[in-house]
Design a protein around this ligand. Structure first.
Ligand code: ZN
Ligand code: ZN
Length: 354
């Protein structure tokens, strides 16, 4: 089964070709179909901002490392007991690339994100097919195309980030980073009643996209004085909620100064393993009482992501579609930032409603 995989560990951005990481299409064995499993013929799988971190060896260095966790597809086969949620062959589905076992202590404590058996079903989905446990699979609403459906997983991340902000209607909200997670978070926060909604993003097209879909203000952190502008927008109060979706070591420290007293800062991206951010505890936690938190994965968020996905304006995130055999070009386009999101079409699927 053809699967997109990391074939050499290294940074995909390394200017030196000899040490640069590499991605390619590899033949992987078919995944077993257990009695509670669902085999999905993958329609679309999107490249995630975290994929280059996998190429750098964040979760291990044994190549090939299969990629793909943001996907949609068509149910191809069901294990004998995988009918309990009404799944049927031919249905358009998306879902969670992780299966939470329900049995380990974190699962029983209501903290599925720390499930100790999370690797059991973490299978590469940027492939011709993927086999998941039925608990991972969600039918797509009729009005959501298969192409849009591959954004269910990143939408679940935006929902989880929103949960962690504990936003209240009318809160002033700032999002740093106008990539897919930043854009989705912005729209989800808008639904939550965010005000003074501001996007910080160096790329002009991405600022414009944010302004088209709910942002009231956009700041270019390279050419503008973000602290002065934030002060102006919030009348000197700062933002009640600050979300980092940039993952950029250059950006993250300055966000502490843009948060309001008593505000919440969610570091909602994946960060370089060795990066440490200086933090003055007296200024930011004692005097300013900031709440700092993060979001690792998105348990409990998929049913709500399915509810909001039909209402999100995401066509602009779905412009860069490449064929599976062009995965190398697709990753090059992702690294170059040619499209805000790059999607791989894994099969020639009929995208009309089932
Ligand atoms: Zn992702
Ligand atoms: Zn568990």
């Amino acid at each position: 089964m053809r699967t997109v995989a990391v074939t050499k560990i290294g940074s995909l951005r390394d200017p030196d070709e000899a040490s640069r990481g590499r991605v390619g299409v590899v033949d992987f064995p078919d995944q077993p179909l257990g009695p509670e499993d669902v085999r999905i013929r993958v329609g679309y799988a999107a490249i995630c901002g975290s994929d280059p971190h996998l190429a750098e060896g964040f979760f291990g260095t044994d190549v090939p490392i299969g990629l793909g966790h943001e996907l949609s597809g068509i149910v191809e086969a069901l294990g004998e007991r995988a009918h309990r949620n009404g799944l049927r062959v031919g249905q358009h589905v998306a879902g969670n690339f992780l299966r939470f076992c329900g049995t380990c202590n974190p699962c029983r404590d209501g903290k599925q994100q720390f499930c100790e058996n999370i690797r059991d079903y973490n299978r590469p989905g940027m492939a011709e097919s993927v086999t998941w446990h039925e608990s991972q699979v969600f039918p797509l609403p009729e009005e959501v195309s298969l192409l849009k459906g591959c954004l269910l997983e990143p939408t679940s991340v935006a929902v989880r980030i929103a949960d962690k902000t504990r936003v209240r209607v009318g809160d002033r909200v700032l999002v740093c980073g106008g990539g897919p997670i930043g854009q989705l978070s912005l729209q989800v926060m808008k639904m939550h009643g965010a005000t003074s909604l501001t996007m910080i993003e160096p790329i002009a097209d991405r600022r414009a996209m944010a302004l088209r879909h709910g942002a009231c203000h956009a700041i270019d952190p390279l050419l503008e004085d973000q602290a002065a502008l934030a002060d102006e927008i919030t009348h000197g109060r700062g933002y009640d909620v600050v979300i980092d979706a940039s993952g950029s070591p250059h950006a993250v420290r300055g966000l502490l100064d843009l948060a309001a007293r008593g505000g919440t800062v969610v570091y909602g991206a994946m960060y370089p393993q060795t990066f440490e951010m200086p933090l003055n505890l007296s200024d930011y936690l004692y005097l300013k009482e900031l709440t700092l938190t993060g979001a690792f994965i998105s348990p409990y968020a998929f049913p709500r992501a399915l509810q909001v996905l039909p209402h999100l304006e995401v066509d602009e995130l779905l412009q860069g579609v490449f064929a599976l055999e062009d995965a190398v070009e697709a990753f090059a386009a992702h690294v170059a930032g040619t499209f805000p999101k790059v999607v791989i079409r894994c099969n020639d699927v009929d995208d009309s409603a089932p």
